[in-house]
Design a protein around this ligand. Structure first.
Ligand code: PLP
Length: 404
């Protein structure tokens, strides 16, 4: 689906605002395919076929923004608009539901000794397949979106959900998780502290669905990465050829790992430059690349780009990030605000984290030397969320989200 807004809707901030930033060029990135770089498996369309059977599936829009491209001096800006996935305001449900599904299939085999049927056609039939596993609680740590997604999957399946959030999580984000029927626990500490607490929560009837991995907990976060592949298949299905530059917001790095899996796969048309964007307040992937291995950056992680407030990259995302990302740029919150306003002008409703990719593009273009972007470049931006805190959105953008 390609939507073209009127050219008159578009313009970018005119003032040049110097801001802090960090750019790390990753010399270890392999320009060749994931297979050549030693990655274990190729992406398949299996998760997409699964998502297509869920209630309310439709591909998210790919918005062409020619006015924005002109202002920024590139040939094309395409925005993958993830502001509504199954009615939730972020892409994260794609990973959460695929991981839950794969994990539950495995549990059915282990506990019931039967192969679960895969020929269900809608959620009611899937619920029936998984009913023998009740009572079951899904649990997760979240900065907002992942937990809300896990809570939604629990609701679909008639399971319970218990979601942990770090201290300081916006009340609007907590309320949204509770509205999905989950109980929410506020952990006194950072996202990483909450992850540590989560690691002790699993038992017979409590399934941990984390989007980040640590030693000994790796399979479910791998499935989360697989689940995100749907975004890239949908883009392939409507975009002519691959873009030259892809900018992806990075928290623990699962989404960026999915981008690397997709665009570095064997037989790919050509290789886009892959750039991750982090917050200067939590640049854990940038610092890990610099250190040559996973490091934790100390909190507090208090960026308004809440989805990027992670202090440690995911263990299973790391091989993709370290060998597949060409660069990481860490930006100030004000760039995200600027991105939100510019996206609103082209009709895309983006929350703070969602606007990070455009914020990064603006930073790379306006922010001085060091990252030349070809005027002929076709740029793909992942706008990963819509409004998650309405009050904050209106304050930043100066008006309510369009269509609300
Ligand atoms: C809206 C949004 N965008 C991007 C990200 C980053 O994804 P990842 O943690 O997989 O790097 C998150 C993570 O929560 C998010 O909520």
């Amino acid at each position: 689906m390609v939507r073209r807004p009127d050219a008159g809707e578009e313009c970018a901030e005119s003032e040049e605002v110097p801001m802090m930033r960090e750019v790390f060029h990753n010399a270890s990135a392999s320009a060749s395919s994931v297979e050549a770089a030693g990655f274990p498996e190729m992406p398949t369309r299996e998760p997409l076929a699964f998502h297509q059977r869920l209630p309310g599936y439709r591909p998210s829009p790919l918005v062409d923004a020619p006015g924005l491209a002109e202002i920024l001096g590139v040939a094309q800006v395409s925005i993958k608009d993830e502001s509504s996935r199954f009615g939730l305001p972020a892409f994260k449900v794609l990973g959460a539901c695929w991981a839950v599904y794969r994990a539950l299939q495995q549990i059915v085999v282990e506990r019931l000794g039967v192969q679960p049927s895969d020929d269900w056609t809608d959620i009611a039939e899937l619920r029936a397949v998984l009913a023998p596993l009740r009572p079951m609680t899904l649990t997760a740590v979240t900065a907002g979106n992942h937990g809300r997604a896990v809570a939604r999957v629990a609701r679909w399946l008639d399971f319970d959900a218990r979601i942990l959030v770090p201290a300081g999580t916006a009340p609007a984000r907590i309320a949204a998780i509770e509205e999905e029927g989950a109980s929410v626990v506020v952990v006194d500490g950072t996202y990483d502290d909450a992850v540590e607490r989560l690691a002790g929560e699993a038992d017979e009837r409590t399934l941990l669905i984390s989007d980040t991995a640590w030693p000994g907990y790796e399979q479910i976060p791998r499935w989360v990465i697989e689940g995100y592949s749907t975004i890239f298949w949908e883009i392939d299905d409507v975009m002519e050829g691959w873009p030259d530059l892809v900018i992806v917001p990075v928290g623990v790095g699962a989404l960026a790992a999915a981008a690397v899996r997709h665009y570095r796969r064997l037989g790919g048309e050509r290789t886009p430059v892959l750039v991750g964007v982090e917050s200067l307040h939590a640049a854990c992937v940038l610092e890990s690349l610099r250190a040559g291995g996973i490091v934790t950056v100390p909190g507090p992680h208090d960026s308004i780009m809440a989805g990027l407030n992670a202090g440690t990259p995911s263990l299973v995302a790391w091989p993709y990030l370290s060998q597949g990302l060409d660069a990481v740029v860490a930006i100030e919150d004000d760039r995200a605000r600027e991105g939100m306003r510019a996206l609103a002008r082209v009709g895309v409703v983006a929350g703070e984290t969602g606007a990070a990719a455009l914020g990064a593009l603006i930073e790379l273009i306006k922010g001085g030397e060091g990252f030349p972007i070809d005027p002929g470049a076709r740029v793909l931006l992942l706008s990963t969320e819509g409004v998650t805190d309405r009050e904050a959105y209106e304050l930043i953008v100066g008006e309510p989200p369009v269509g609300s």
